[in-house]
Design a binder for this molecule. Structure first.
Ligand code: C5P
Length: 234
């Protein structure tokens, strides 16, 4: 099984379910975000899960601890493989999310959105650089008992060094030669895994391929040559 979660950035439940069926057994699972969830709700997620494909719910929850706890309870019947919350919600909120999640769900923190730069952070009263803030929030997520964080390929090596048993979700991954699209800084799948990624989030290079299943198998083959150092079970 490859460590790839396929990003289904669509509102179309039929298309999402078709890709989930296609990649079942070769991908670690599929990722749906707020767009899909707002359009299709929990029932849409269940339609995808029918194909026995683990689901990564990228909902980036962020609210007071009690509300997040109740929201996670409400999502528990979907048994997500991975669920995201914002580390900026604080330690108590992250603890509440982890406590309410099913035992097998990895609860991971989003630190600083990659759409925010130093000026944006200053605008919301954060004086540190994005890198320092990512570091601080990753430490907080760890203290709160979360499983890991979402981070870019550029950050995963350092993050993994500081949190060797953390679970690191890395988007912005492109097989060699693939279209970069709107991603600015990309890493190859084997680089990300060698640097400590636990799972890779890859969307368009797979969903836009004429044969998504084949695309995953090709990426998995390129990973087979990756040094084992970072490929330990996390
Ligand atoms: O199609 P592509 O491989 O670029 O999709 C990447 C997925 O990862 C999308 O769902 C995108 O929202 C998500 N993501 C990202 N960069 C981040 C965080 C999440 O590309 N920093």
């Amino acid at each position: 099984m490859s460590p790839i979660f396929v990003a289904l950035d669509t509102q179309d439940v039929h298309r999402a379910a078709a890709i989930a069926r296609d990649v079942s057994g070769v991908a670690a699972g599929v990722k749906v975000g707020l767009e899909f969830f707002c359009a299709n709700g929990a029932e849409g997620v269940l339609r995808i899960a029918e194909h026995e494909t683990p689901v990564f719910l990228d909902l980036k929850l962020h609210d007071i601890p009690n509300t997040v706890e109740k929201a996670v309870h409400a999502l528990a019947r979907l048994e997500p493989a991975i669920l995201t919350v914002h580390a900026a919600g604080g330690r108590a909120m992250m603890r509440a999310a982890k406590a309410a999640a099913p035992a097998r769900t990895k609860v991971v923190a989003v630190t600083v959105l990659t759409s925010l730069d130093r000026d944006d952070l200053a605008g919301i009263g954060v004086r540190s650089s994005p890198a320092t803030q990512v570091d601080r929030l990753a430490g907080l997520a760890r203290e709160a008992g979360l499983d890991g964080i979402v981070c870019s390929g550029a950050e995963v090596r350092q993050a993994h060094g500081k949190w060797p048993h953390g679970f690191f979700v890395v988007p912005g991954v492109r097989p060699r030669g693939a279209e970069v699209g709107d991603q600015k800084r990309v890493v190859t799948p084997s680089q990300a895994v060698a640097d400590g990624a636990s799972v890779l989030v890859i969307g368009r290079p797979i969903t836009g391929a004429s044969d998504p299943r084949r695309a995953i198998m090709d990426i998995a083959a390129s990973l087979a040559q990756t040094p084992a150092q970072a490929r330990t079970e996390k």
